[in-house]
Design a binder for this molecule. Structure first.
Ligand code: 13P
Length: 240
């Protein structure tokens, strides 16, 4: 299957409501100017979620949501809050939620099933910490298999993101060889499009997306400045 590359920007805990609005406007204009025709996913913080009118295919998603329509879950947002803005995409399993916020595999799998039931597009993140990587490919494979526990890997609206924990926000990008090997392992477990994430930036995105089995990128730090995001889009434009 040939398809265009998929790029996604994860703002994490960066940007305000006002700066997100300015970013989306600049991104939309930049995409128009370069004739970028593919969809781009954007995950702003929850306070900046909104219904954005854009000429290009910018799909705003939630970085996290609770598996409920509404209710008593202090600090969380549910379906009612997402539907207000027509949000149909959710990021699940991000390593920061797994490791910093303590989300367990079974809780993540519950969320996955709940949002799948409601027909959401799900970008599902997996990735091993450094100590597992140091044990070698087989240990990594076992770790990744566990991160698929309870997950419907054949869900048609699933996009996977392989993000090695040791490469996130550290400037340490995985080598193309390592990405190729690991993506091949993951592709044995699911046919879903598979993004790479972890210190992707304008200077390395072309090499990363040239890796066989890499269908796009999930970008944190280097997506936060719109010029940097546009530079990456321009390098990827039209690439299969
Ligand atoms: P960085 O691009 O900052 O390494 O973050 C990657 C990431 O976690 C995207 O979800």
């Amino acid at each position: 299957m040939t398809m265009r590359k998929i790029l996604a920007a994860n703002f994490k805990t960066n940007h305000t409501r006002a700066s997100t609005r300015a970013y989306v406007k600049a991104l939309d204009e930049g995409m128009g100017a370069m004739g970028y025709e593919e969809e781009v996913y954007l995950f702003p913080p929850a306070t900046a979620l909104d219904r954005f009118e854009t000429a290009n295919d910018i799909r705003v998603g939630a970085q996290n949501a609770y598996p409920t329509v509404k209710g008593s879950f202090t600090g969380e947002i549910g379906l009612e809050q997402l539907e207000e803005f027509g949000i149909e995409t959710v990021l699940l399993g991000h390593s920061e939620r797994r490791h910093l916020l303590g989300e367990s595999q079974s809780f993540i799998a519950n969320k996955f099933a709940w949002f799948k039931e409601r027909d959401f597009r799900i970008i599902y993140c997996i990735g091993e910490p450094l100590e597992v990587r140091e044990e070698g490919d087989e240990a990594v494979r076992r770790y990744l298999v566990e991160q698929f526990e309870g997950i419907d890997t054949s869900y048609e609206k699933l996009i996977l993101a392989y993000e090695p924990v040791w490469a996130i926000g550290t400037g340490k990008t995985a080598t193309p060889e390592l990405i190729e090997t690991t993506h091949a392992q993951i592709k044995q477990l699911s046919d879903a499009p598979l993004l790479y994430g972890g210190s992707v930036k304008p200077a390395n995105i072309a090499d990363i997306l040239a890796v066989p089995g890499c269908d796009g990128a999930l970008i944190g730090t280097a997506s936060w400045e719109v010029e940097s995001m546009l530079s990456m889009l321009s390098q990827v434009k039209g690439q299969k």
